[in-house]
Ligand binder design. Structure first.
Ligand code: DAH
Length: 456
């Protein structure tokens, strides 16, 4: 249980560590219902939607993501519940299905789909993305293709199987991943697009996108964040003139290229390579830099497993790949103290950043007081902290800063009690007692009703 928690908490603080473990699902068995008898339709881009009109301008990726149940073909959908990603229309009731046990996407997550913070030029994430693009454009002119509008609704196959995530890996659980149905998820990493891009013959690419993970709540964790995936393919003529085999050649090029990237972002810093494990690469590494007095993990990477390339119909090639978390790096580069700020539309935040200006230090406009509320309850077997946090976020949204387990005991009858401290604090204003009390009351009620725990 501890390992599982450590893994799922690690994603923003340490983006790649989420997958850098062989650990299997430990906290719960996933009892996946059989796939409903959905019909499948592909419109050749974005997600596959029966409803969506083919768009003439969108990118041809990613395919195969989505199938619709009969109940969803209702015809009229309220406008506010429709959004557009990569030229594809997505209706809320395609993604949020409250009474479907194979679906665990709440309204609050649907509200983030299509926001694409990484595509805003004057947003810290957009500025960082562009700076990374610049590095690849300068050093590999005309080589790297960029994708930043691929649909985040992908198949389980794309998200996990195609990149060799083991069938019992913890990341596949309903506790960690948002499932639209038993075959379809909100991607939990941009690696979900690798295999398809290989299959379609791309050899140099960067994929940037929003990724989704169920998690606990604190200043560095948010259920939606942004990643960039980079991939470069080599063919035998690339390494034949060297005294290395393909893997060694790719690994050397990978290290050289990513050290250059780290220097481009952080200046002349000390760096080190740490051996690690990812299901999709072998060998696998993490790059760390010594920054502001401590070692900071910048990205995870490695030489792509041959099985991924082979399954994509490519036999004679070798590739390297890396994945990095944009928030994690932007928090350090721009001095942004809380991950919720990335979502703020407060002018006092947004006006501080502009295109091309990486590393301008964020000036907090004010620090508003926190308000703490504790709640204790007897847990049941199915209880997980991620489920609790989902409920709290669903009610308090970005007014919740942290949820911490502060007390945990088991009585003589074997009943276990947890006490959680919820920290409420707005990034933008002072909260009133009345408003917090009201939120806390709603949280207590929802926790009791939805998690079937007994409040103490
Ligand atoms: N997908 C990994 C994660 O989300 C990050 C990553 C690690 C991507 C290594 C890669 C890679 O392409 O080679 O944790």
């Amino acid at each position: 249980m501890l390992i599982q928690r450590a893994l799922s908490r690690a994603h923003v603080l340490s983006t790649s560590r989420y997958f850098s473990s062989l650990s299997s699902i430990q906290m719960q068995t996933i009892n996946l219902p059989k796939s409903p008898p959905f019909s499948f339709s592909s419109n050749n881009h974005g997600c596959n939607f029966l409803k969506s009109k083919p768009s003439s301008v969108s990118s041809p990726y990613s395919t195969a993501a989505f199938s619709l149940g009969k109940s969803n073909r209702k015809g009229v959908v309220p406008l506010a519940a429709l959004l557009q990603i990569g030229g594809v229309q997505i209706a809320k009731d395609d993604v949020v299905k409250e009474n479907d046990p194979t679906n665990n996407v709440p309204d609050s997550i649907f509200a983030k789909l299509g926001m694409q913070l990484h595509r805003r030029e004057n947003h810290p994430l957009g500025i960082l993305k562009k700076t990374i693009y610049d590095y690849f454009d300068i050093n590999f002119p005309g080589k790297f293709e960029k994708f930043d509008d691929l649909c985040p609704i992908v198949t389980v196959k794309q998200n996990f199987d195609d990149v060799l995530v083991p069938p019992d890996h913890v990341s596949r659980s309903y506790n960690d991943t948002y499932y639209v149905n038993s075959d379809t998820v909100l991607r939990c990493h941009t690696s979900a697009h690798q295999a398809e891009l290989f299959r379609n013959g791309h050899t140099h690419f960067l994929v940037t996108g929003d990724v989704y993970r169920r998690d606990s709540i604190d200043g560095t964790h948010y259920p939606v964040f942004h990643q960039m995936e980079g991939v470069r393919v080599f063919s035998p003529e690339d390494w034949s003139g060297s005294d290395m085999d393909g893997t060694a050649y790719a690994a050397a090029d990978l290290k050289r290229s990513l050290e250059g990237l780290a220097k481009h972002l952080f200046g002349a810093v000390e760096m080190r390579w740490v051996d690690t494990y990812f299901p999709f690469t072998n060998p696998s590494y993490e790059l760390e830099i010594f920054f502001q007095g401590k070692w900071l993990e910048v990205l995870g990477c490695g030489v792509t497993e041959q099985a991924i390339l082979r399954a994509s119909g490519r036999t004679d090639i070798v590739a390297w790949a890396f994945g990095l978390g944009l928030e994690r790096l932007a928090m350090v580069l721009f001095d942004i103290p809380d991950i919720r700020l990335f979502w703020s539309s407060d002018e006092r935040f947004t006006s501080q950043f502009s295109e091309g200006k990486l590393g301008v230090k964020f000036k907090p406009f004010s620090k508003f007081p926190p308000c703490y509320k504790d709640m204790s309850f007897w847990i049941n077997d199915g209880f997980t902290e991620n489920n609790l946090c989902e409920i709290v976020r669903g009610i308090a949204g970005d007014l919740v800063e942290e949820v911490t387990l502060i007390d945990n005991f088991t009585n003589k009858k074997g009943m276990t009690s947890h006490c959680y401290r919820i920290t409420y604090r707005s990034m933008e204003r002072s909260l009133t007692d009345d408003e917090i009390n009201e939120l806390q009351e709603q949280v207590r009620e929802a926790v009791q009703n939805k998690l079937n725990v007994v409040l103490r």
